[in-house]
Write a protein that binds this ligand. Structure first.
Ligand code: BEZ
Length: 202
C-alpha cells in the first residue's frame, strides 16, 4: 500500500490520480489531504519532501517519491502501462514538461492573488505568466497534433490536467478562443472516465 499526499485542486496531483485510474492502481493508494504554500506550510509533507510540495508518494518502506513526473513514471513502470512509449519518448516527455510548465505558471498566477499581500502584487508579472501559457498553448496546437491523436501517453494526461486547471481557476481567460483543434481534443479527452473521476475541487 502506498500513501499519497494530495490536494484535489492541484493539477500536479491530478496527473497522478488520472494515471492511477488509467492503470487500475487506485486501490493501492491511500490519499492524504495536504494543503499550503511556502508561507503557510502547516499541512504540507515537509517531513517527506523538504520542498514541501505535493504530490508526494510514500512507498511501503517509507521512502518518498516526488515530484509528479517521478511518481507518474514509477507508477507507470509498476503497472507496465506503456504511457512512456520508447518510439516517441523524448517527444512525450517534452509534451509533459510543457504541460507541467503551463500548470506552474497558472498556479503562480493563483498564488500571487492568494498569498501575496495586496500592496505588493505585481500585475505585469501575472500577465507575463499568462503570456507564457498562451505561447505554450499555441505551440501545443501546432506541434503536438500527432501525439495527441495517438495512444494514451503521459503527455496527454499532463496536458489534459493543465487545461482542466485553466478551466477550474482561470476560466475568464478563455484559453479556447483561436485554438479550436486543442479545444476539440480536450473536449474528447475530458470525457474519459479517469478525467471525470478526478475533476478538480476547491
Ligand atoms: C489550487 O487551489 O488551485 C491549488 C491547490 C494545491 C496546489 C496547486 C493549486
Amino acid at each position: 500500500m502506498f500513501r499519497l499526499y494530495d490536494n484535489p485542486a492541484s493539477p500536479f496531483c491530478r496527473k497522478v490520480q488520472v494515471l492511477l485510474h488509467e492503470t487500475g492502481q487506485t486501490g493501492d493508494v491511500e490519499t492524504i489531504f495536504a494543503v499550503g504554500h511556502p508561507l503557510d506550510t502547516g499541512r504540507l509533507p515537509l517531513d517527506h519532501n523538504p520542498l514541501g510540495k505535493i504530490p508526494c508518494l510514500l512507498k511501503a518502506d517509507g521512502a518518498a517519491l516526488y515530484d509528479s513526473r517521478v511518481i507518474c513514471r514509477f507508477l507507470d513502470m509498476r503497472a507496465g502501462a506503456g504511457l512512456y512509449p520508447e518510439n516517441a519518448l523524448w517527444e512525450v516527455l517534452t509534451l509533459e514538461a510543457m504541460a507541467d510548465g503551463i500548470m506552474d505558471a497558472a498556479v503562480l498566477m493563483i498564488y500571487e492573488g492568494r498569498a501575496r499581500p495586496e500592496p505588493i502584487r505585481y500585475p505585469d508579472w501575472v500577465e507575463a505568466q499568462w503570456a507564457k501559457i498562451e505561447r505554450a498553448l499555441d505551440t501545443g496546437t501546432a506541434r503536438w497534433a500527432g501525439l495527441l491523436a495517438g495512444d494514451l501517453n503521459i503527455g496527454q494526461i499532463a496536458l489534459g490536467c493543465a487545461l482542466g486547471y485553466l478551466d477550474f481557476r482561470l476560466a475568464d481567460r478563455d484559453w479556447r478562443t483561436g485554438r479550436a483543434p486543442l479545444a476539440a481534443w480536450f473536449d474528447t479527452f475530458g470525457r474519459r472516465e479517469s478525467m471525470a473521476a478526478t475533476a478538480p475541487k476547491a
